[in-house]
Design a protein. Structure first.
Length: 99
């Protein structure tokens, strides 16, 4: 019979924070979660967006109060970005939340 291998990490358990939300304005501090509306796979509106990390024709990464939202697809066009609301048009194939 073989002995079961047990591995114990010597590092203390840590909780990693991707974003520090201490610099966010009062308006976004009040929002607990972003409000997202999808219109088929052709348009997305996100209320509570703090900024845009990356943007190209096929990839969009938005900064949210707690994490980020990654949108993949084709033919992306930011049609509006006012305050904390962004509207993106294009052919979306996937949405991914990173918290």
């Amino acid at each position: 019979m073989s002995k079961k291998f047990k591995f114990k990490s010597e590092k203390p358990k840590e909780k990693w924070r991707i974003f520090d939300c201490s610099e966010i304005g009062e308006q976004t501090k009040l929002a607990k979660a972003p409000h997202i509306e999808l219109f088929g796979n052709k348009e997305i509106t996100v209320e509570g967006c703090i900024g845009v990390f990356e943007y190209c024709d096929t990839y969009l990464k938005l900064k949210l109060p707690k994490g980020s939202l990654i949108v993949s697809g084709t033919n992306f066009d930011i049609s509006a970005f006012e305050g904390t609301t962004i509207t993106v048009k294009g052919n979306m194939s996937s949405l991914e939340f990173c918290v």
